[in-house]
Write a protein that binds this ligand. Structure first.
Ligand code: CP
Ligand code: NVA
Length: 300
């Protein structure tokens, strides 16, 4: 069997996502006791900061019987210019899977091309598939499924927005993005989603949220965009998820945020801490969903 990578949501079919969700549910309920990673090692390369991704992958690997290595790019030779393709081939001789968080998505694709073990994308400037796979699990958990559901994305057309477009394409739910001009998601990913499901972009946040079953946002300046923070603060004025905006969503709508969050910027304190917020369940679910992904890709 050729190795399988998870670089983007469409690397999994709708059926495979369904199977990952079922497995993650069993893991979350404590019904799964297998140790498919017994004696196996996951290398985790980080070129950007992380709390959730790092800890959930490390703990998840341990719970599946394996061992995880935290490799900061500051400390490995990759950070001093050793080529990605060499790093991929060397690590493949030692470990059974590689998780990487970095800037350029093409670097992750290159790593995957040259590695003989599964590669998992832990976030790039383009995509954040592990987070959005978790978010669709969280949707399934609180909304009972994806069919007939509408999701609103408010704010930056960033890595999260792009992965939500991919998820909508594969799972078939409706996605409405409210993004200011100049901050739209990736054009090709939007067109791919449009060919598969009902997606739209507007500058009107109310239009995006009206009747939505899940309302989602993220920081206005992602990692690597710190220098643009001030300019972005101006561009995203009016794109805050507030209690008044949440009132336009479906009555039982949930609020999602991948975290870390900037209260008072993309979301108000009352929504973040309010009864519709599922942000800490989302954070917990990273553990269950990534364990299911690792068991699927690395457990064989
Ligand atoms: N949501 C998320 O990926 O969090 P970290 O940056 O803390 O890993
Ligand atoms: N869009 C954010 C997500 C962080 C988990 C970033 O890339 O910084």
């Amino acid at each position: 069997m050729p190795k399988r990578d998870f670089l983007a949501i469409p690397d999994l079919s709708r059926e495979e996502i369904g199977a990952v969700v079922d497995l993650a549910q069993r893991m979350k309920r404590g019904e799964y006791r297998d140790r498919p990673l017994e004696g196996k090692t996951l290398a985790m390369i980080f070129t950007k900061s992380s709390t959730r991704t790092r800890v959930s992958f490390e703990v998840g690997t341990l719970q599946l019987g394996g061992h995880a290595l935290f490799l900061s790019s500051r400390d490995i030779q990759l950070g001093r210019g050793e080529p990605i393709r060499d790093t991929a081939r060397v690590l493949s001789r030692y470990v059974d899977g590689i998780m990487i968080r970095t800037f350029a998505h093409s670097d992750v694709e290159e790593l995957a091309r040259h590695a003989s073990v599964p590669v998992i994308n832990g976030l790039t400037d383009l995509l954040h598939p592990c987070q959005v796979l978790t978010d669709v699990f969280t949707m399934h958990e609180y909304l009972g499924g994806w069919d007939g559901k509408a999701v609103a994305w408010i704010g930056d057309g960033n890595n999260m927005a792009n992965s939500w477009l991919n998820a909508a394409a594969v799972l078939g739910f409706e996605l409405r993005l409210a993004c200011p001009e100049g901050y739209e998601p990736n054009h090709d990913i939007f067109e791919f989603a449009k060919a598969h499901t009902n997606v739209m972009i507007t500058e009107d946040v109310e239009e995006a949220v009206r009747g939505a079953h899940a309302v989602n946002t993220d920081v206005w300046a992602s990692m690597g965009q710190e220098g643009e923070a001030e300019q972005r603060m101006l561009a995203f004025k009016g794109y805050q998820v507030s209690a008044a905006l949440m009132k336009l969503a479906a009555r039982d709508a949930i609020f999602l945020h991948c975290l870390p969050a900037h209260r008072g910027e993309e979301v108000t304190e009352d929504v973040f801490e309010g009864p519709q917020s599922r942000v800490f369940d989302q954070a917990e679910n990273r553990l269950h969903v990534q364990k299911a992904v690792m068991a699927t890709l690395m457990g064989g």
